[in-house]
Ligand binder design. Structure first.
Ligand code: SF4
Length: 459
């Protein structure tokens, strides 16, 4: 099944696609539906209930803030990231519903966290209810299923779960994708671009690619400059600016040891992941928790691996993103990119796989080498748990982005040095990832009830 570029690379506010972007979209959808269903003057109160993983790690992941943004009708691309919307609502106990009507809203009373209750359909459930005084007028249940995608309860059945786009190249497996590419003599990136131009004008496809590249670059640059500690109470110091300072000093004092490229990749991975943890504007790639990997690998490509003219580099960037879209579509079709469903292998593991494949494509590797890079990258992330300390997307998430970016470059290099022949296919590895995720205890799936989250005395 093909997933659009815009489904995979969405623009949102950090720190979590499933716990921030998804709930914000769900709250906005509910607010829109509510205003369509009843006259505005009848709405006097909104109640929000969060279930399962959203309740357990929602405070640290910014879910409450995101829900308020969504109810206010705010859109991630236009939001003023410096303004304290949530604090204003907290203090005044009022919010402007969808930018249209001021209603009373007490974040402490009108948002309920059901930490011991999981809705059967998915670990990330939320219920919105509207009242006219005490009388219920509309109630809807939503699920945040990963990468910022949300489905209402009635859309959760297998048949209605996914929108099937009318594109020339539909594929459910990497084997099918390879067959299509062989049949039409296409690169994986070509197949994706042919799909995209059937969904929107070519000009818009390239404009969107430029936009996401720009937001990724801005996040790297902002993260390298910012200082201080990250919000949330863990008092995690930002490390990107320190790494950057040290690297500059080493350069000036001639104390380099030949491993600087790894330092650069780490630095860029840290910079974006720290910006994400700070609630800045970020591109899901494929999620917010794993959003540092693709930007870091792309910057590596542009800075160190391209060795080409600016026009060729630009072409490499397009191939990087387009190939990553195909790889992510395979994970979304056959597994999951939700930490609450399959652990961090679905977030950092998938990002690593997408970045490795994208890098091989940008460097001119074959379709088989692309598959091999994607497979190597996920194979060595299998079993990776999600255990964020204090429910914040900081420890282990930030460091994990840097590690994932370095691993992606290594996987790409291993594939480029091979012939694309491998014992484990990408399809086998994706299936294994999903089965491993299903077998994983819920303690290790974005609930902060296992692993590092309970074994270090910080919270
Ligand atoms: S551990 Fe991984 S999946 Fe879990 S919140 Fe952090 S980045 Fe996301």
């Amino acid at each position: 099944m093909y997933f659009r570029m815009k489904d995979i690379f969405a623009i949102g506010i950090g720190p979590s696609s499933s716990h921030t972007v998804g709930p914000m979209r769900a709250a906005k959808r509910f607010a829109d539906n509510l205003l369509k269903a009843v006259p505005i003057e009848q709405i006097s109160r909104i109640k929000v209930e969060l279930y399962g993983s959203l309740a357990l790690t929602g405070i640290g992941h910014g879910t409450l803030r995101a829900v308020v943004y969504g109810l206010m009708g705010l859109c991630a691309e236009e939001i003023d990231t410096k303004r304290q919307y949530y604090a204003e609502v907290e203090q005044t106990k009022k919010l402007t519903l969808n930018g249209k009507k001021e209603i009373k809203f007490d974040v402490n009373k009108d948002m309920v966290l059901h930490k011991d209750k999981f809705l059967p359909e998915h670990a990330n459930g939320m219920k919105f209810s509207a009242y006219n005084k005490q009388k219920p007028i509309l109630s809807e249940v939503y699920f945040s299923i990963g990468g910022g995608e949300v489905l209402r309860a009635d859309e959760m059945s297998q048949e209605s779960k996914r929108v099937v786009y009318d594109v020339p190249h539909q594929f459910d497996s990497c084997r099918e994708l390879q067959e299509i590419c062989e049949k039409y003599d296409l690169s994986i990136a070509d197949a994706v671009l042919q799909n995209e131009v059937c969904l929107q004008p070519q000009k818009e496809v390239f404009a969107y690619l430029q936009k996401i590249e720009m937001i990724m670059d801005e996040a790297i640059d902002a993260g390298m400059r910012a200082g201080g500690v990250l919000p949330g109470g863990l008092r995690v110091r930002r490390r990107a600016p320190e790494i950057y300072r040290k690297m500059k000093q080493n350069f000036l004092t001639n104390r380099q040891d030949g491993m600087e490229i790894i330092d650069w990749i780490n630095l860029w991975g840290f910079a974006v992941a720290e910006e994400n943890a700070a609630g800045s504007r970020i591109v899901t790639a494929p999620t917010m928790g794993s959003s540092g990997i693709l930007p870091a690998v792309l910057r590596y490509y542009k800075r160190f691996a391209a060795h080409k003219s600016p026009l060729q580099v630009e072409d490499g960037v397009v191939k990087f993103f387009a190939t990553a879209v195909a790889i992510c579509s395979l994970y979304r079709t056959n597994a999951s990119i939700s930490g609450a469903e399959v652990g961090c292998q679905g977030e950092v593991g998938v990002a690593c796989s997408m970045a490795a494949a994208g890098l091989v494509a940008a460097m001119g590797g074959s379709n088989r080498q692309i598959e091999q890079a994607a497979e190597i990258a996920i194979e060595h992330n299998l079993g990776l748990t999600c255990d964020p300390v204090c429910g914040l997307v900081q420890i282990p998430c930030i460091e994990r982005n840097a590690m994932g970016a370095v691993k992606a470059v290594n996987a790409a290099r291993l594939a480029m040095n091979g012939r694309g022949e491998h014992n484990v296919s990408l399809d086998d590895a994706i299936r294994t990832m999903y089965v491993t995720g299903r077998d994983m205890s819920s303690r290790y799936k974005e609930t902060s009830t296992g692993g590092l989250a309970v074994n270090i005395a910080t919270c």
